[in-house]
Design a protein around this ligand. Structure first.
Ligand code: NI
Length: 167
């Protein structure tokens, strides 16, 4: 398994709507393994394929975190149904170093999709798991936390990122 390089904002791949995955090829299987590894080694609870440069509808997550690693999950072509309740969550993202933002999320969600074996799955989630699912699926729409932030907050982050690029 390889630790992949995580793209950071404003890489254009992060702003693109990702394409559905038609079948689990050996290349996709390898990508899934590498993404799970990369997520854990980067101390993340979720990762979306566009974050590692693949504009396809694939996410990996584990709400127990990189220390416990008890609930690894892979979902291809995720689609939401039955989203209920409201919850404000404070989030960060591996593609947005130092950035945090309060986001309005659903409290509980149901996601349908396909697992790494190509089987249809349905995940009912609430709490942290529901939030991670919504965060990662945002990435598949080309949306990141900066799109949830106020214009001022985004402008300030843009300035910071430009300064990093010069240094
Ligand atoms: Ni993210």
């Amino acid at each position: 398994m390889t630790k992949l390089r995580i793209l950071t904002y404003p890489d254009p791949v992060l702003a693109k709507k990702a394409e559905p995955v038609a079948e689990i090829t050996p290349e996709i299987k390898q990508l899934i393994d590498d993404m799970v590894q990369t997520m854990y080694e980067s101390d993340g609870v979720g990762l979306a394929a566009p974050q590692v440069g693949h504009s396809i509808r694939l996410i990996t997550l584990d709400d127990t975190g990189p220390k416990e690693r008890k609930n690894p999950m892979v979902i291809l072509n995720p689609v939401f149904s039955d989203c209920t309740g409201k919850k404000e969550s404070e989030e960060s993202c591996l593609s947005l170093p130092t950035f945090t933002c309060k986001v309005n999320r659903f409290d509980s969600v149901t996601v349908k999709g396909m697992n790494e074996k190509g089987e249809d799955i349905e995940v009912k989630a609430e709490g942290l798991l529901a939030i991670i699912l919504q965060h990662e699926c945002d990435h598949l729409e080309g949306k990141t936390l900066v799109d949830h932030a106020s214009r001022l907050k985004r402008t300030m982050y843009d300035t910071k990122v430009k300064k990093w690029q010069k240094d």
